[in-house]
Each structure stands twice: as C-alpha cells, then as structure tokens.
Ligand binder design. Sequence first.
Ligand code: FES
Length: 270
Amino acid sequence: MSTTEAFDFGALAAELKPRCQALVALYEQPRSALLPIMHLFQERQGYVSPEAIRFVADLLGLTAAEVEATVSFYTLLFRKPVGKYVLQVCRGLMCELNGAESIMSYFREKLGIGTLETTDDGLFSYEEVECLAACDRATCMQVNLEFVYSLTPQAIDSMIEAMRNGTYPVKPMAQTAKPDRTWKVNQDASIGTGGKSPGTLTSTDPDNAGGVGDPSGAIMLDHFVTESASFVARTRERFVRDARSIAEIVEEERPSTGSGLKGNGSNAGH
Ligand code: FES
C-alpha cells in the first residue's frame, strides 16, 4: 500500500488475532508470546505502533507500559516508522577491534545520515548497535534483522547499490507510514531533571512504585511517609503471596537460639 493512505490498524488486528491467539496457546504464560506477536505486527506494519502496543497489552492482560518496556529493550523492534532497509551496524568491542569505526563512518558518509536516522527518500534507516553476538565474524551488521558479516567498503557499496536497484536478496520492510528523519524515541524530558512520569506523583496504587526519574529515592520515601496505608496493603499482599520465602529469610537472619526453628520451615505460611 502507499504510505500516504491511512493505515487500517483495526483490519490488521482482526486478521492477526487468530495467529496471536495461537502463539499465546503455545506458552504457559500468555506474556511469553509478547515478542513473537510484536514481530508479527512489525512485519506487517513496518514498526511497532502505539495501536499495536495497546492491542497486545489487552490481549495478554498487561498494561501498555509493560508491553512498551519490553519492546523498547530490543533493537529488533522499531517503535517508529523506519526505512525499507534498516541497517544496524555493530559497534561492540570485537567489531571495534576489527575496524567497525571506519565501517560506521563509511555508512554515515555514504548515506548522509547518522545513527537512528532515515534518508529523505525513506529507503534507508541506520543505527549503530551493541554486540550482535556474532563476534567471531566481526565486523558485522543486520539488514532488516538478517545478518551480514565481514564488512568492507566494497561490500557496502554493492549492498547499497543492490538495495537501490531492488535486487538485494533481503526483503524490504513493510512501510505503512512515512518515516521521519529520526526514529529515535525520546524519553520523557522531565526524567533527566529528576522529574516523574505524569500521573505517578499522586498515585495511590500500591503497586505503583513511584514512576521513574527518582534517582535519589527521595520521592519514593515521601510516598512511604505520606501514603503509608498503600504500602502496608502492598506489603501484606506480598507477604501472603511470598510467605514461605519470607519466613525462610527471617529464619536465616535470626541468630541461632537452639530452638530448632532454623531451616525447618515450620513457620512457613504463618
Ligand atoms: S562485538 Fe560485534 S558481534 Fe560482538
């Protein structure tokens, strides 16, 4: 489809739902199907859209934040529209020792873009990534998640030319939205200055640990002091759930009294 047409996410979700459910059925825990499902959506939409994140969260009984936290961890999943060829060059130690610095400079110069950027024609997205676990064949990269090894300027020239001519053997990414110049996903700007995510400052949810951006722990401590009821409830709930292990830890910490309690688990569950 043309990238100017509005993408019908509802139709895609309806189509993929049976495959998603089949994936969920393969695992003991539904959340174990998260990554393969995200790949399904990325394969069809070209990236992991916010709609896909919400859909999968509902399907797996997770929050959107939990799904996004997983998706954002992997360089295999793209959270913004990208080019038809995503070029991810390894900048890990072994690749660096084998000349990755000059390979990366060559890519940047050849494409005219930096890391996490896309060319204006929407053909190439470029990223410098951490170790791709193919150190024995450094220098290496992935093209649309397929490995390419032993990079040289000549190999890069032929690769880019074949991609421009449409003859490169790796399938181009689906492109359902026009990529921006950068596909970097910015963090909440307030985090770097010690702020918190919106909505968590006044949260009374005992499972909400206070959001992010609290490196000193001062905001969290304030929660304990001003909202102690929430934390008492939380602690009780965890104690019931984890009673056995907590009781065992308490026993281990206790100085030996010769009472015979240590290590026998007799208090577990109380
Ligand atoms: S350092 Fe490049 S694959 Fe490991």
